[in-house]
Design a protein around this ligand. Structure first.
Ligand code: ADP
Length: 564
C-alpha cells in the first residue's frame, strides 16, 4: 500500500497542474477574444452605417388604392394630355413640378403617369435617357403603386421601339429586379402590418420570400428601411474575414447578431462581447479541442505514467510476495532437510552400534553369524558414507566449490561396479537390478566418481520408490554422434507430470504417503542435475504416476563435453 502513496501524490500534483494549465489557456483565449473585437469593431461599425445609409428607403402603397375625389391636379393632367406638342409638354412638366403628390381618381399616384406622358412626347433623342430614368424612378422608387408593373412593361416596349432592344436590356431589367426585390419587402411589411403598427424599434421581418431587418424612419407607416438578410450576412462574412486578418486564433469564432438573431452563429462559450448599435459582436470558443490539445496530450502522458507506475508497483508487490513465499518454503525445506539427514544418520549408527556391541560382548555365536554381522556393519557404513558423501557434495555445490576431474573412463565397468554396490540394498527389498550395458567407444571423458554418485542416487531412488520384489533396469548405450546415455528405469510409484520439473530442485520432495515412509533429504536429484550440467549433459525423466519412472542422463560426445 505504501508504494501507492507517491503515485497518489503524483496523480494529485499532475491533476492540479493540468487544471492550472487549462485555466491559463482559457485566460489566453479570453484575452485574444477581447483583442480581436477591439481590432475589428471600427471596421464593422463603418460597414454597418454604410449598409444602413445605402439601403434605399421603401415607400409603401395601398392595395387596392383608395379612389380619390376629383381635384384640380386631375383636371390639369387631362388638359395637358389634350394640349398639342410643346404646350402639352410644358403643362406636364409644370404639373410634375407643382403637384408631385397628386393622385388620379383611381387613387394611384399621378406623377409616374405624368412622366410616362412626357416620355411618350419626347422628340429629342438626347433627352430620352433622362426621361426614361425619370419615369422609372417615379414608378419604382418615389411613387410605387399597383400600376408600376404595367408601366415597366410599357416603358420597356417604348425603349425597345425607340432606342433598340439592346438599350432596353441594359436599363429595364435592373429596375424590374429592384421592383421585385422591394415588392417582396413590401409584402413582408403588409403581412406584419399589425405588428409594425405597435412598435417603432427595429425588428426582423420574415416571409416565405426572405427576411429583412426593418427600421422605421420618422414618416411611420409609409416609409421603411428594409435591409435584406443577405446584405447582413455579407457584412458578417467580411467581419469574420477582418477577424481572421487581425490574427484571431482558429479555435475562436466571431459571431454577429442583430436584434438577437445570429448571422451564421458558431456554437460555443462566449469569451467577449461588444455592441455596436443593434449589432452585437461576440467571440466564442468554438473549438475547445484545439485550445486544450496540449493539455489533453499532457493528461494522456500523465495517465500513461500513472498506469506504468501502478503496474510497476503491483508487479513489485507481487514479486515481493512471491520471493517471500519462496523464502518461507526454502526455510521449511531446510529444516526438513536437517531433520531428515539427522534421522538418516541415526538409524544406521544405532544398528551398527548394536551389532558392534553384540560382537564385542561375545553374544554372537558361531563364525557364520559373526561374518553376517560384519557384512551388515560394512553395508550400513557404506550407506552412511554414501549419505555423508551426498551431503558434503551438496554443500560443495551450494558453495560453488565442487570441482570435477575429467579423464577417460570405462563407464561400462563403472556402471557394473555401481550396480553391485546398490544390489545389497535392493536385495533387502527383494528387488532385482537388471542391466544392459553397451560398449561406449571411444571411452568417454568424464569424472568417474561424479557419474558413479549420480547413478547411485538414481538407483537409491528407484529402490526407495518401487514396491518390494520389483525389477529395476539400468541401461548404458551409445547414441548417435558419439554421445551416450545412462538410464535407470523402475516400476514404482511414478511422478505426476506437474511435479517432474520441480523434483530436481534442492530439498524438494513430492508429497505422498510413501514419501513420508521413505527416507531422504531431497538433495539426491539436485546433485544428479549438477553432475549432468557440469558435463554438458542433460537429465530427463519420463514417468506416469503408478507406472514407474525412467531417469536418463544424456551425455554428449567427448569433444562437446565440458566442465563448468
Ligand atoms: P530424496 O530421494 O532424498 O527425497 P531426491 O532429490 O533424490 O530426494 O528426489 C526428490 C523427490 O523426487 C523424491 O522425494 C521423490 O518424491 C521424487 N522421486 C525421485 N526419484 C523417484 C522415483 N524413481 N520414483 C518416484 N519418485 C521419485
Amino acid at each position: 500500500m505504501f508504494m501507492l502513496v507517491p503515485l497518489l501524490l503524483l496523480a494529485g500534483l499532475g491533476w492540479r497542474g493540468m487544471q492550472m494549465s487549462r485555466m491559463a489557456a482559457q485566460e489566453r483565449a479570453a484575452t485574444e477574444a477581447t483583442r480581436t473585437l477591439e481590432a475589428i469593431l471600427p471596421a464593422v461599425q463603418r460597414g454597418w452605417s454604410e449598409l444602413r445609409r445605402t439601403t434605399p428607403t421603401l415607400r409603401s402603397y395601398e392595395v387596392p388604392p383608395e379612389p380619390a375625389p376629383a381635384g384640380d391636379a386631375q383636371v390639369r393632367y387631362q388638359q395637358a394630355l389634350a394640349a398639342p406638342g410643346e404646350e402639352g409638354m410644358a403643362l406636364l412638366a409644370n404639373l410634375a413640378e407643382e403637384e408631385p403628390e397628386a393622385v388620379a381618381e383611381s387613387g394611384v399616384p399621378l406623377l409616374p403617369l405624368v412622366d410616362w406622358a412626357r416620355l411618350k412626347r419626347e422628340q429629342e433623342p438626347d433627352r430620352w435617357k433622362a426621361a426614361v430614368e425619370r419615369v422609372l424612378r417615379a414608378a419604382v422608387e418615389s411613387r410605387p403603386s399597383i400600376l408600376t408593373p404595367q408601366l415597366l412593361g410599357q416603358v420597356e416596349g417604348w425603349v425597345k421601339e425607340h432606342a433598340g432592344a439592346e438599350t432596353a436590356g441594359s436599363v429595364i431589367p435592373a429596375w424590374r429586379e429592384r421592383w421585385e426585390r422591394e415588392e417582396a419587402a413590401r409584402e413582408a411589411v403588409r403581412e406584419n402590418r399589425s405588428l409594425l403598427a405597435e412598435r417603432i424599434a427595429p425588428l426582423w421581418l420574415a416571409t416565405a420570400e426572405g427576411s429583412w431587418w426593418a427600421e422605421m424612419p420618422a414618416a411611420r407607416g409609409t416609409e421603411w428601411k428594409l435591409i435584406p438578410r443577405e446584405e447582413l450576412e455579407r457584412l458578417a462574412s467580411s467581419a469574420r474575414a477582418e477577424a481572421a486578418k487581425s490574427g484571431m486564433p482558429t479555435y475562436l469564432s466571431l459571431n454577429l447578431a442583430l436584434g438577437g438573431v445570429g448571422l451564421f452563429p458558431a456554437a460555443g462559450e462566449a469569451l467577449a462581447r461588444r455592441a455596436a448599435d443593434a449589432l452585437e459582436l461576440s467571440v466564442v470558443l468554438s473549438d475547445a479541442t484545439e485550445l486544450f490539445a496540449q493539455q489533453r496530450q499532457q493528461t494522456r502522458w500523465l495517465a500513461a505514467l500513472l498506469a506504468c507506475g501502478f503496474a510497476g508497483a503491483v508487479a513489485a508487490f507481487a514479486s515481493m510476495q512471491h520471493a517471500l513465499a519462496r523464502e518461507r518454503e526454502l526455510g521449511r525445506m531446510k529444516s526438513d532437510f536437517v531433520s531428515s539427514v539427522s534421522h538418516e544418520l541415526r538409524a544406521p549408527i544405532a544398528s551398527v552400534r548394536l551389532l558392534a556391541e553384540n560382537l564385542a560382548n561375545g553374544s554372537v555365536a558361531g563364525e557364520e553369524r559373526k561374518s553376517e554381522y560384519h557384512a551388515f556393519i560394512a553395508e550400513e557404513c557404506q550407506r552412511l558414507s554414501g549419505l555423508i558423501e551426498n551431503v558434503l557434495d551438496f554443500a560443495r555445490i551450494e558453495q560453488r566449490r565442487k570441482s570435477y576431474v575429467l579423464e577417460e573412463t570405462d563407464v561400462a565397468a563403472l556402471t557394473r561396479e555401481t550396480i553391485r554396490s546398490a544390489t545389497p540394498r535392493a536385495r533387502q527389498r527383494g528387488q532385482t537390478i537388471e542391466s544392459e550395458i553397451g560398449r561406449i567407444e571411444p571411452p568417454p571423458v568424464c569424472d568417474g566418481l561424479a557419474v558413479r554418485q549420480a547413478l547411485l542416487n538414481l538407483l537409491e531412488n528407484a529402490i526407495k520408490f518401487s514396491p518390494e520384489g520389483s525389477v529395476i533396469q539400468v541401461r548404458l548405450a551409445p547414441v548417435a554422434q558419439g554421445g551416450w546415455e545412462l538410464s535407470v528405469q523402475d516400476r514404482g510409484i511414478g511422478i505426476p507430470k506437474r511435479e517432474q520439473a520441480r523434483i530436481f530442485d534442492r530439498f524438494y520432495r513430492v508429497e505422498s504417503e510413501l514419501r513420508r515412509e521413505t527416507q531422504g533429504a531431497g538433495i539426491g536429484l539436485a546433485i544428479v542435475r549438477h553432475v549432468a550440467e557440469a558435463h554438458g549433459a542433460k537429465i530427463t525423466v519420463a514417468s506416469e504416476p503408478g507406472a514407474g519412472a525412467t531417469f536418463t542422463l544424456h551425455f554428449p560426445a567427448n569433444d562437446s563435453c565440458r566442465v563448468s
